[in-house]
Design a protein around this ligand. Sequence first.
Ligand SMILES: CC(C)(COP(=O)(O)OP(=O)(O)OC[C@H]1O[C@@H](n2cnc3c(N)ncnc32)[C@H](O)[C@@H]1OP(=O)(O)O)[C@@H](O)C(=O)NCCC(=O)NCCS
Length: 318
Amino acid sequence: MSPARREAAPDAAAMQRRWRALVDERLPEAAASRGDWPVRLNHCFARILLDNACGGPWRESVAPPAWANMPPARLAAALALGEAVLRGEADLAELNRRSLAWRGRLRSAAAPPELAGPGFRLRRWRREDDAPFAALNADPAVMRFFPALKSRRESEAEARALDRRFEQDGFGPWVLEAEGTFVGFVGCWRPVRPLPFAAVPGHVVEIGWRLARSAWGRGLATRGARLALADAFGRCGLPEVVAYTAVLNRASQRVMERLGMERIEEFAHPALVEGDPLRPHVVYRLSAARFAGSAVRFAGGTVHSAAGAATVASGGDR
Ligand SMILES: CC(C)(COP(=O)(O)OP(=O)(O)OC[C@H]1O[C@@H](n2cnc3c(N)ncnc32)[C@H](O)[C@@H]1OP(=O)(O)O)[C@@H](O)C(=O)NCCC(=O)NCCS
């Protein structure tokens, strides 16, 4: 056995002991004095922490018993999450909701009419958004990376279709309002077109944004997206979202990078012809677990359970 392997074994055994102590003793003991925790039994704590560390039902990625078979990095992530729960830095109810949603045991609650952020809000669409949305869709600077500008009629049809997403999926592209004014949209939806990285339409969720020029450069897209993601990963229990854009669209990629998304690959957009400068696209990905870690760093160690802030827990990069 190599020296490295000789050292790894005791570490794994020590981590497994810490895990057993956490879920069998420390969390159930803490639950006794906490009236607001949704669970108190060891196997419930294990389910919640392991699912959140795996980004889905843990049995899909590892055979039971999880404490023995879980890859060390994954078990370390589950441990870190449990420690954060004990310190009051992760919201157990939120983590539980997400685990139950992944297991199909929870229907996500209907979308709230709005989510409030500092200096802005995300809200459902209204008829009075039609005019500013049409102006945005007719601005060549905004539409530089789209195949064409949109007519007033096309823009209205798009607004109706975007809002309908909330009825279908319980989430959708929110109107972004800053200082009481419509400035565009940001949010998540299921792409209907088959894409190279999402062969089965409806099985992936993407996040996107389109803002009026007057609103650019103030961090609004990034802040709005963080709030939409907290809702998508929290209330809706989504395990992962992707975002894609033309390789030429650096501003949009900067938003993805600021959100902590990982660049996956480039692909040729199937709806655009060869030779079109917009055809080369790039896709990024963000898991709920990765967002949870960045949300804690972003919020300076504070985790908020209300819709108004970056929700969720610590640790757990996949
Ligand atoms: C992409 C868009 C939503 C960004 O909105 P925003 O509120 O200005 O974004 P943020 O302020 O949160 O962050 C913008 C980042 O992009 C950078 N950026 C802005 N314009 C840029 C440009 N032309 N080239 C490169 N980077 C640019 C900013 O410097 C910032 O990055 P930084 O933090 O490293 O400085 C906005 O430009 C837009 O609506 N564009 C038109 C529509 C569009 O392209 N939508 C995306 C389709 S996939």
